[in-house]
Write a protein that binds this ligand. Structure first.
Ligand SMILES: [Fe+2]
Length: 130
């Protein structure tokens, strides 16, 4: 049976955590399906078959988005970091590092921010605490 989403004995986990784990597994499965459709669409020459698979991939986008929204609503820190990364223009890695630092309560205001080079000063934080 498919209980692979648990890494701890399920009967010791609170119901909320089991639900969270199920949605994490579902999120993974939706992402896999999106990738599989992407590969199929890349090689399928039949236009009708491509339309069907494209429609199916759209369903997976919706499923992924719903799973993600559920998980973000249940996990404020994850949501805070996601808000700093998703739908932002610019350097994805810099946004991620800044969002993580802010979620961890670190000062991200100094060291190069606004220097005109696009840096948010995150480079100065790299390596700290290692
Ligand atoms: Fe799905």
């Amino acid at each position: 049976m498919g209980f692979d989403q648990y890494h701890e004995p399920p009967d010791e986990l609170p119901a909320r955590t089991r639900t969270f784990a199920r949605l994490c597994a579902s999120l993974t499965e939706e992402a896999e399906a999106i990738g599989w459709y992407e590969q199929r669409l890349a090689v399928e020459p039949d236009a009708v078959a491509r339309d069907i698979m494209s429609d199916a991939q759209g369903e997976e986008f919706k499923h992924f988005a719903m799973d993600l929204e559920f998980l973000l609503r249940r996990t404020p820190k994850w949501r805070e970091i996601a808000e700093g990364v998703l739908f932002q223009e610019g350097d994805i890695v810099e946004h991620g590092e800044e969002a993580e630092a802010e979620a961890n309560g670190e000062d991200t205001s100094g060291g190069g921010g606004g220097s005109g080079d696009g840096s948010l000063g995150i480079g100065s934080l790299k390596g700290e605490g290692l």
